[in-house]
Design a protein around this ligand. Structure first.
Ligand code: SF4
Length: 386
């Protein structure tokens, strides 16, 4: 097995929709990011805290923490990983009430290769008990809210855990939980083992086979967001550049067309737009000729090379210190929360925080926020111009 599975569970949402993606992405290098390293450190703390609680050895977690701590540790990371530990321990204690020999497994390697070629992965926490098995995944990212509902990554982990432990325990149902504490997201979904197996037979295994062989179609959609070839994908480009060309009346859109044909495509088009410009520049910088385009020098910002010397010179020229320096400014709420931890910051500064109403935004019917009535609500206190 290599370090990365071609069909990784974390990318399953993508390759189940677009079975062409894994083979197209296979030759594109992973760009490591500071977010990924921050997530690795947070996961190490999660495992450490559970293992310490269970009185298990923590050498590997400590080694990982030592490597990344100086650069990525924050006060809020302590709070969020505590939240995860508390949730897992509560679930474990509840399982032990029903099954006294219930087991907690932390950072368990699972092999899914019987159903998904060459696939493997590591589950953050599994609780095995008679009746219900729990699979728990910690997400440190906060950009995309992740739901456990029929989440294919979680269902693949559930499958791997079921395969491994179903001989020793009578498992009838699997509960999948995503703990995403930075955005207060705790999402759970429960499924019977027979429903899980039906999904495996009808969807997972056939799609995995097609994706592994690389003979499936390219199907663009919101799952393109993290695809490594989104910036040069022909199917995605065609989808984004042909959206407005197929209407019966070519002159003006109806509200119906706007709602059903344009708005649902906006997320995909934004994904494509943000990536393709960077990609074209990278290509040009690496020597690829793009007919009709050239590289020019962009706008640059002047910089003071020695601020202290400049301040002295301005003082000597008669300008007061209060005129040449900006007033002291508090860091942003996000930065302060990161420093102090969200709960701690709320305890210290909660009375000084005001959250104004957000400006009206279009969202699909499925969005959980309540709808604003534009007739009854005069949008008082809402800034419409930002
Ligand atoms: S960008 Fe989208 S359509 Fe293209 S290969 Fe990736 S997932 Fe498939």
């Amino acid at each position: 097995m290599g370090a990365h599975a071609l069909l990784s569970p974390s990318a399953a949402h993508r390759w189940l929709h677009c079975t062409a993606a894994p083979r197209l992405e296979a030759n594109v290098a992973d760009e490591g990011s500071s977010f990924a390293l921050e997530g690795t450190l947070a996961h190490a703390y999660c495992a450490l805290k559970l293992k310490q609680f269970m009185d298990w050895p923590t050498d590997s977690e400590e080694a990982e923490i030592k490597q990344l701590n100086d650069q990525y540790h924050t006060g809020e990371m302590d709070e969020y990983t505590d939240t995860y530990k508390t949730i897992v321990m509560e679930k474990y204690n509840a399982a032990r009430v029903a099954t006294p020999d219930a087991r907690l497994l932390v950072e368990t390697k699972l092999d899914f290769s019987e159903h998904v070629p060459d696939a493997f992965g590591t589950a953050d926490a599994i609780i095995i008990a008679d009746g219900v098995m729990e699979v728990i995944d910690f997400k440190y990212g906060k950009g995309v809210k992740v739901s456990a509902y029929r989440n294919p990554q979680m269902m693949i982990y559930a499958l791997g855990a079921y395969d491994r432990f179903s001989f020793d325990y009578r498992i009838e149902r699997v509960r999948m939980t995503i703990v995403q504490p930075r955005i207060d997201n705790l999402s759970e979904y429960e499924i019977t083992v027979s429903e899980l197996m039906a999904w495996v037979d009808e969807e997972l295994t056939p799609k995995a086979k097609q994706a592994y062989e690389g003979n499936g179609p390219q199907v663009p959609g919101e799952w393109c967001q993290f695809c490594k070839v989104k910036n040069c994908c022909r199917a995605l480009t065609e989808r984004c550049t042909s959206t407005a060309a197929d209407y019966p009346d070519p002159k003006l859109l109806t509200a119906e067309e706007l709602a059903t044909e344009v708005l649902p495509n906006l997320a995909v088009i934004k994904t494509w737009l943000t990536g393709v410009e960077d990609y074209a520049l990278q290509q040009a910088l690496s020597g690829v000729q793009l007919p009709g385009w050239k590289i020019v020098e962009g706008r640059s910002v002047r910089k003071i090379t020695d601020p202290e010397a400049a301040a002295v010179a301005l003082n000597q020229a008669g300008y007061k210190t209060t005129e040449i320096y900006k007033p002291q400014e508090l860091r942003t709420i996000t930065e302060l929360e990161k420093m102090a931890g969200k709960k701690n910051f709320a305890a210290i500064c909660g009375e000084f925080i005001d959250k104004p109403r957000g400006k009206p935004t279009l969202a699909p019917e499925s969005d959980k926020r309540p709808a604003i009535d534009p007739v009854a609500d005069d949008f008082k206190g809402i800034n419409l111009t930002d």
